[in-house]
Design a protein around this ligand. Sequence first.
Ligand code: HEC
Ligand code: HEC
Ligand code: HEC
Ligand code: HEC
Ligand code: HEC
Ligand code: HEC
Length: 455
Amino acid sequence: MISWRKHYRQTLIAIGLLLSTSASIYGQDGDPKNGEKLFKANCTACHALDKQVVGPPLKGVVERVKTEGGVDKDWLHKWIKNNKELRASGDKYANEIFEKFNKTEMQVFPNLTDKDIDDILAYTTNPPAPEEPKKDATVQAGTTDGAQAAPQSSTTTNVVIISLLAIAALLVWILLKLRQLVKLGQSEDLAGLNETRVKSFSEIYAKYHYVGKGLIAILALLATYGIWNWIMWIGVYKGYKPEQPIYFSHKIHAGEQKINCQLCHSSAKYGKVSEIPSMNVCMNCHRTISEYNAQHYMEPGKDKAFYDGEIQKIYAATGWDPAKQQYTGKTQPVEWTRIHNMPDFVYFNHAQHVVAGEQAIINSFNKKNPDNKIDVVCKACHGKIDTMNVVQMANDFTMGWCIECHRTTEVDMNNGYNKEYFKNLHDKLKKQYPKDGGKITVDAIGGLECGKCHY
Ligand code: HEC
Ligand code: HEC
Ligand code: HEC
Ligand code: HEC
Ligand code: HEC
Ligand code: HEC
């Protein structure tokens, strides 16, 4: 026993020495830029750099597995390529972390080359500062103006740095020119020199203004590329806020008029989708409300005539003739632009959240946001819709976002729905999760199982 321990420690020390002497090499034997790309393409569904998602945070993972498991980069290569095989081989640490994560299977990546993996590890060791933009996993409500701090990617930082350098160079050039001018002013034979200088300056300008223009064009291209990258990087459309065919304001309907969300989005309660209401729903009220009497609220920059015009569009769509108070039969479909749209391989069910999860989600949200409490469950995910004139996505609606909530929301085992559904499971779970005083979060009832959210 003792000798084993000694060996173990010696090996550890040896590995430690080896690793620390080669630490500098580690920093270099991978391309963090390429690693970043690969990481985003393959790993972000389950990993973030600095917080747990499905798997552990991966920032500094090379160092961490060394201290926690006594394993090296070679092990990491094997694990990332095929963790199943590694576990099957009886590897101690591999099985240990598998158990630790409740036997959640990590995907295998047989197609990643050793170079790819080195690049990814280089990225996790040296993520470019500023860090990964915060995929804000905590639910946010009340983001009405889209004025979120713009996350920065390394590309945008590069663009910013290059632009700053260019501006600095320009400033230096101007300073030099000014100094020359001052010197000129002090010199004796001002007139003559001045003339030649001015002449040569304009000559130089005439000769080289293409260069200046070219530089500006290149800068503009770089900036566009940076912005494009930034949009693509988040890959999500938090803040997405398209224009709609009718200027329908949730602030006026759900906020000022306090109309219940489910009066219009009634299917949220029963089904998978929570559809946009049909024009008939609008007509229930607008058959009589043909004008906007805007005493209570008017958006800056809009007037009564504008709102009245928008209400007229309902009549055009349904073929209602307000003068004759009858339908003409000529209808035009209104094509709302869909704002939220999960990829086809994701299964999301509103009823599960709006009915079964309602109280649990409201309670959990209010506990996390004591200064920004919600009364209606919808707002936990969609933000304060009743303050938005134009609907926008209030969260990033990524997998990490779903998972974060499932990990932290305690299921209400006593509501009618769950009592019925989980009758037998409940007691079993209580025994299984005695820590935290028997708290059962959504992950315990299967909320992290791939098949629950993926077809
Ligand atoms: C389908 C989800 C999933 C994907 C995709 C995924 N992982 Fe994992 N990963 C996990 C889970 C879960 C664990 C924890 C161990 C377990 O349960 O098997 C883990 C563990 C790890 C570990 C061990 C960390 C430690 O602290 O011991 C490393 C390293 C790792 N993953 C790297 C990667 C890399 C690199 C990628 C992308 C090429 C990736 N993973 C993609 C789910 C995933
Ligand atoms: C009077 C009817 C009405 C009421 C009440 C109403 N909505 Fe809507 N909602 C609409 C219409 C029409 C659209 C489509 C146009 C738009 O996006 O503004 C819409 C769009 C939405 C969308 C975006 C759908 C997409 O395309 O992804 C969400 C989310 C939403 N509503 C949530 C709510 C919430 C939450 C409430 C309650 C606070 C609410 N709505 C109250 C009529 C209504
Ligand atoms: C429950 C009743 C009700 C329903 C249903 C309803 N509205 Fe309204 N709507 C109102 C009221 C009340 C006002 C404000 C009238 C006022 O203050 O004078 C209004 C105002 C409007 C306005 C002008 C203000 C704005 O939001 O731009 C538009 C446009 C409008 N509604 C469109 C719609 C559309 C489209 C639908 C169907 C998706 C709809 N409404 C459904 C009650 C309703
Ligand atoms: C747990 C988070 C969550 C809650 C709570 C929630 N939604 Fe949603 N909502 C989503 C997601 C995710 C989508 C995208 C669904 C898709 O694309 O399949 C969505 C989409 C929508 C849409 C667009 C049409 C559709 O069904 O795809 C409307 C409208 C909507 N929600 C309204 C509501 C209303 C009204 C409530 C409250 C009664 C509500 N939502 C509660 C997450 C939520
Ligand atoms: C605001 C918190 C929250 C968010 C965000 C959220 N969920 Fe949930 N989800 C819940 C709660 C709470 C339950 C449990 C409801 C109950 O009591 O049965 C649940 C249950 C589920 C279940 C059923 C799990 C089971 O084993 O029965 C599925 C599937 C699911 N959610 C999918 C999703 C998907 C997909 C997303 C992201 C698009 C998502 N959820 C986002 C809170 C959330
Ligand atoms: C709580 C719901 C939920 C669970 C559980 C879940 N996913 Fe996902 N997953 C999603 C959503 C939502 C998306 C789409 C995110 C987006 O469009 O940004 C997604 C996307 C993905 C993608 C595509 C990633 C990408 O970047 O395009 C993969 C691969 C994936 N999931 C694998 C898994 C695996 C493997 C598991 C089991 C360990 C799992 N998911 C469990 C909700 C879930």
